[in-house]
Design a binder for this molecule. Structure first.
Ligand code: UDP
Ligand code: MG
Length: 139
């Protein structure tokens, strides 16, 4: 069993895609073991995306991620990290496979609806960024 962190980004929330994203995960064997709505401020978005500091898209990305509420969730399942990334599709929706969330719903490479951790270390960091032990459940 593996855990990963996913986010319905502000564009996804505004497009009423919370249910669609969660349904896609649940249908594909991922269990939602933690979930909440948050609205990051600029500093919190910068901390979350610290690994991208200095890249040309960092300013715009952190403005976007702090522009409205997100739904953050902890997903659990076999190969949860890879499975979540597959369901999301490539970062750039133009490159994303048919049927993926980003291909279907993203506006562009920045406003791409959904986030998913990219490896075990990032997943651990990202889960602990938003959730404490009492906010993650077993059922
Ligand atoms: N992003 C962007 N322009 C780029 C690359 C990434 O605006 O050229 C944004 C996009 O929202 C992406 C996020 O920065 O989801 C994090 O980038 P990363 O390369 O980690 O992509 P992801 O892991 O989300 O697919
Ligand atoms: Mg990433």
């Amino acid at each position: 069993m593996e855990r990963t962190l996913s986010i319905v980004k502000p564009d996804g929330v505004k497009k009423s895609l919370i249910g669609e994203v969660v349904r896609r995960f649940e249908r594909n064997g991922l269990k939602v073991v933690g979930m909440k709505m948050i609205h990051m401020d600029k500093k919190e978005a910068e901390g979350f995306y610290a690994v991208h500091r200095g890249k040309p898209f960092f300013e715009s990305l952190t403005d976007f991620m702090s522009s409205g509420p997100c739904v953050v969730m902890v997903l659990e399942g076999e190969n949860a990290i890879q499975k979540t990334r597959e369901l999301m599709g490539a970062t750039d929706p133009a490159q994303a496979k048919e049927g993926t969330l980003r291909r279907q719903f993203a506006t562009n490479v920045e406003r791409n609806v959904v986030h998913g951790s990219d490896g075990p270390d990032t997943a651990a960091f990202e889960i602990s960024y938003f959730f404490n032990a009492l906010e993650i459940f077993e059922y």
